[in-house]
Design a protein around this ligand. Structure first.
Ligand code: 13P
Ligand code: SF4
Length: 357
């Protein structure tokens, strides 16, 4: 059940690195990457003054950075969120067609009809959605802000309609006791983590701490020492001081975990039918499209004036989608400033939960 991929990507050639640096400079561009993409792309983001982060950090970094071009290495909703927050910046993606099963599982026409049937509920959607779905929502939430937002709405006596991730919705409901009506979609990567096999693995590695992303099924979340966003899991691994970790999220994150703590052992949490199908390999097929060669080609093409890898969001739609995104960002910033969020970025078993933004 170990990670079968190499611990670190093969070093990039000096020529390729120089080509990418030069193109970023020519485009006045900065690279914004998610932890699930190719380790070489993550390293380039770090080395060129960009960022590697969770969905919330990517959104904030892109909004606040002065570069005129954002190069988003991730999936489409991340590029769209960057464009919605910075309509005057150019947003490029190495793979504009990289989607997400949660986005695909929540088409706007069906979602709109569902919302119309429940006008008494506050609509909260996960960031992993289209711009149109966000535009229909009252709030956007990420895995790092969801718990605080739902708790806040519940304290106000609000009933919630949550979409699209059913596992994350159930987790938020269980943690907060809020009245939540849940859409039924899931992440094809996290859905594959298996509770019985995880239990067996924990017995084999009794010293290992278990880190789980809340897009995973409830029976897997129930075995976690820490539940949180990708950044929160990374910080937890740095803070807990255990010799071994079992990680139930996309295995792209192991690159950063191993970089930060080369002396620790990180195991992938077990998925069904290992080696049998691409679907059960703990790696998102859409995140995997962000290969370093594709990044270089995208940048070179953009320098030549090609616009095919550019993300565009209709201005009127973007203006509507911006409202619930900014509501989340303002809420997270206010909580942080007021110190009303828990100081630690994660909580351990017994008081499991996702920490502050
Ligand atoms: P976070 O990085 O925000 O935890 O989200 C994970 C995810 O769904 C990316 O696809
Ligand atoms: Fe979507 Fe899952 Fe891929 Fe993240 S890992 S982009 S949630 S399919």
């Amino acid at each position: 059940m170990d990670d079968l991929r190499p611990d670190s990507p093969p070093p990039l050639s000096a020529a390729l690195t120089a080509r990418i640096r030069e193109a970023l400079r020519a485009l006045d561009a900065v690279l914004v990457a998610h932890y699930y993409v190719d380790g070489a792309v993550q390293d380039l983001a770090d080395a060129t003054g960009g960022c590697v982060g969770d969905s919330l950090e990517m959104a904030r970094f892109g909004r606040d950075h002065p570069a005129r071009t954002l190069v988003v290495a991730g999936v489409r909703f991340m590029g769209e969120t960057a464009k919605i927050l910075s309509p005057d910046k150019r947003v490029l993606m190495p793979a504009v067609e990289a989607t997400c099963s949660l986005d695909l599982g929540c088409p706007i026409d069906r979602f709109d009809a569902f919302c119309n049937q429940h006008p008494d509920r506050v609509v909260v959607v996960y960031a992993n959605t289209s711009a149109a779905v966000k535009a229909r929502a009252d709030w956007v939430a990420t895995s790092s802000t969801g718990l605080d937002i739902v708790r806040h709405l519940h304290a106000q006596g609000k009933k919630i309609l949550w979409a699209p991730d059913i596992h994350l919705g159930q987790y938020l409901q269980e943690q907060t006791g809020a009245d939540m009506l849940l859409w039924n979609a899931s992440c094809i990567v996290h859905d594959e983590f298996k509770a019985a096999e995880l239990e067996a693995m924990r017995k084999e590695h009794p010293r290992a701490k278990v880190l789980v992303h809340p897009e995973s099924p409830a029976a897997v979340v129930a075995q976690a020492d820490v539940v949180g966003s990708t950044t929160q899991l990374l910080r937890a691994a740095e803070a807990l001081g255990a010799p071994e970790y079992i990680v139930a999220t996309d295995n792209g994150i192991l690159h950063k975990m191993r970089q930060a703590q080369p002396d620790k052992v990180f195991f992938e949490a077990p998925t069904a039918g290992r080696g049998a199908t691409c679907k059960s390999c703990a790696h998102c097929p859409w995140m995997a499209m962000n290969e370093v060669d594709r990044l270089a080609d995208t940048l070179d093409a953009a320098v030549r004036g090609d616009r095919s890898q550019e993300i565009d969001v209709d201005r009127q739609l973007a203006a509507r989608a911006l409202v619930p995104i900014e509501r989340m960002l303002a809420f997270a910033a206010a909580r942080k400033a007021a110190g009303t969020s828990a100081p630690a970025p994660f909580l351990q078993a017994g008081s499991q939960g996702m920490g502050p933004a």
